[in-house]
Design a protein around this ligand. Sequence first.
Ligand code: HEM
Length: 196
Amino acid sequence: MAEDVTNDKSNTDIENEGFISSIITEIVTSPLNLFLLSICLILLYKIYKSSKVPPPVSTPQVPSIPKLKRQDMTLEQLRKYDGTDEIGRVCMGVNGKVFDVTRGKHFYGPGGPYSAFAGRDASRALATFSVNDVKDSYDDLSDLSSLQMDSVKEWEMQFLEKYDYIGKLLKPGEEPTEYSDDEEAKEKDKTAKKEE
Ligand code: HEM
């Protein structure tokens, strides 16, 4: 009985081998099959190649420039930081705060999609989601709806996370704060931690 089972198994093995070798013979002797086989191999190679992880997309590197010291600014003072001087520093105002956004120069620098914000108060544009809605005179934002103000505050939070806070955007006639060196040292410490 055991012998019968062993015989059956080896018979099946022989049949399988015969089947496989007849397929191989069929493929290599027929030009059409050879052609189809090479197409399969090419497709398999393409699938293998496309499944490899693509190289990371690099964001343009912005050379680092000395950090601005903590200071409040009027709209006129802010205006000069539009990224067009030789250092290329870009600052912008969001909800009464001035941020150094040079790190995001590909967004805000000359030719960038949001260059209208460079050296200006972007609050209204961010609130209304309209890039060119930027005023040249001081904007107290008092006519904005509470939803629009919520949106400005959300942007402000994002900017506090991502960029260096420089100081307040001064209302006309408002006096700038005198920042102590101590305040600056704390600020530098925070920036160093952010960059770690
Ligand atoms: C069709 C419309 C728009 C598209 C497809 C678009 C797309 C984008 C994309 C892809 C980013 C980059 C996100 C990232 O990499 O972190 C971005 C960032 C941004 N967008 Fe837009 N945007 C549009 C309209 C607007 C409008 C109308 C405003 C404001 C008025 C706006 C303000 C911004 C700002 C402030 C950033 C952040 C840049 C930063 O991180 O400093 N966008 N947008």
